[in-house]
Design a protein around this ligand. Structure first.
Ligand code: DC
Length: 251
């Protein structure tokens, strides 16, 4: 090829590429973030959703809200009929809090975002989340919320069961001692009576139940990217995850 032909080909390729980029809308995708308890899944999910202007859904909050309802109403969750009856009384929605820029969970018109973080709920939530009827109820709801894409959802089975075709799946992990320390700090701010031992036991118990239950146990999806944040700052982990997201979004 003679030089002027080379220059013309290069200019045209560049021009066409720029034109395509500016005309083509960005692709809306589904991002799933699964992983062990207290890995910082929700922190990363919230940051990504804010940056991308996507909806953030905390699927664990749904299991926590259902547990809160069962505890308050003394529902015997070992009885499937009683569970089904109770689920018919439950309405779960998410509302956007403009001041915190985060979504908050509404259980039957009551904002329970703060209440569901209590250890009393944490002690029972893995048991409740292992119930078939509860999972069917929550998964259906989650899939409806993701039907228009542009969503970041975190949990345990989001990449494996809820959105198996998600464009970006992240599986988060971190050293157990680091996770315990993080959860302890978070709970201690709200309740200084909480002990490190209590937090460690609760975390170990939830990890065990979540990964050993019969239905939708915590697993890494075969096409998920592992993100071990034991030695990463929040900023480093965010930049890494955004790089993966942009690779899938940009035309
Ligand atoms: O993410 P979290 O700690 O708020 O979750 C609370 C509990 O809910 C956790 O013990 C496991 C369960 N869970 C689940 O089984 N499936 C999900 N998609 C999300 C949470």
């Amino acid at each position: 090829m003679i030089p002027w032909q080379l220059i013309f080909t290069f200019a045209c390729t560049k021009h066409c590429d720029l034109r395509t980029r500016s005309i083509m809308p960005e692709k809306k995708i589904i991002i799933t973030i699964d992983g062990w308890s207290s890995c910082g899944k929700s922190t990363l999910a919230k940051q990504m959703a804010a940056k991308l202007k996507y909806t953030y859904i905390d699927s664990g909050a749904m299991y926590r809200a259902i547990t809160l309802y069962f505890l308050r109403n003394h529902v015997d969750w070992t009885d499937a009929r009683k569970v089904n009856r109770a689920l018919k009384e439950i309405n779960i929605e998410f509302s956007h809090n403009e001041s915190t820029k985060a979504s908050e969970i509404i259980l039957n018109e009551e904002n329970v975002e703060y209440l569901i973080r209590d250890l009393v709920v944490a002690e029972k939530v893995s048991e409740v989340a292992a119930i078939k009827e509860v999972r069917e109820f929550a998964v259906k709801h989650q899939q409806e919320m993701g039907s228009k894409k542009a969503i970041v959802m975190d949990g345990r089975d989001i990449g494996t069961v809820v959105f198996p075709n998600a464009e970006l799946k992240i599986f988060m992990t971190a050293d157990k001692a680091i996770r315990v320390a993080r959860r302890f700090r978070e709970l201690y701010d709200k309740n200084p009576n909480v002990s490190l031992e209590e937090v460690k036991n609760n975390l170990e118990m939830r990890d065990y139940i979540d990964s050993h239950r019969e239905i939708s146990p915590l697993r890494k999806a075969s096409d998920a990217i592992v993100l071990d944040n034991s030695n990463l700052t929040e900023q480093e982990q965010f930049q890494l995850a955004m790089k993966w997201a942009n690779e899938r979004i940009k035309p």
